[in-house]
Design a protein around this ligand. Structure first.
Ligand SMILES: CC(C)(COP(=O)(O)OP(=O)(O)OC[C@H]1O[C@@H](n2cnc3c(N)ncnc32)[C@H](O)[C@@H]1OP(=O)(O)O)[C@@H](O)C(=O)NCCC(=O)NCCS
Length: 182
């Protein structure tokens, strides 16, 4: 189990998967999301499932964050978040611009390099455009080269490098803050 995908720029994609459904997460998705989270982050499945279930219940009450899932044959193979940050409403550890942020994109190991991370991100971009958003931010540890390349594919631009953004620390490294105009 490793936090980041191994960086394999010379290995070509497995071929893009077309039979994938992309949509907002529902309460019944908690076990599937917890499975992918446990595979990547570790911990106890039941605890992770409880955390995800609580998050999904909270999300129903808020317009400023959303969780999206990718499904193949009704099985969750990835998920990703969108969160709106407003410095007037919440304080963060690291100075960060107000606006929408891509957060927490994870595709399960068996389904990587099939375009699912790209398509799930495009789904989030469409959702934001429909909401009238004009730009979106994202940040990535400089050691996470697979994710850096994915941001290039999605045509994000680097606007800053720092020790952390929002409440996320890059620990022994730095990260890039990206922006994309919608
Ligand atoms: C990063 C991650 C989300 C990518 O998801 P994915 O579905 O495999 O990505 P895609 O198949 O859409 O890849 C699109 C492009 O990104 C780049 N890319 C993705 N993974 C890569 C890798 N392991 N090595 C090199 N380039 C990579 C490639 O340019 C790829 O295009 P190609 O496959 O045609 O060469 C996935 O590896 C993952 O879940 N990693 C662990 C969690 C993580 O780091 N999340 C990001 C936090 S910011």
């Amino acid at each position: 189990m490793s936090k980041y995908a191994p960086y394999e720029p010379n290995i070509k994609s497995q071929g893009w998967a077309f039979d994938v459904e992309y949509r907002r997460a529902r309460a019944s998705d908690a076990p599937g999301i917890a499975r992918v989270k446990t595979e990547r982050d570790g911990g106890v499945f039941e605890t992770n499932q409880r955390v995800v279930k609580n998050e999904l219940e909270e999300l129903e009450k808020h317009e400023d964050s959303a969780l999206f899932v990718a499904l193949m044959e009704n099985q969750i193979v990835g998920y990703a978040r969108l969160v709106y940050f407003d410095s007037k409403l919440s304080q963060t550890k690291h100075l960060s611009p107000d606006g929408w942020y891509f957060l927490g994109l994870i595709i399960d190991e068996k389904h990587r390099r099939m375009g699912i991370g790209t398509h799930l991100s495009e789904h989030r971009l469409e959702w934001l455009k429909n909401k009238g958003a004009k730009e979106v931010f994202s940040f990535v540890n400089t050691k996470n080269k697979a994710s850096l390349d994915l941001h290039e594919v999605l045509e994000f631009e680097i606007v800053e490098e720092g020790p952390g953004f929002l409440n996320v620390d890059f620990d022994d490294s730095t990260g890039f803050l990206f922006k994309k105009t919608l």
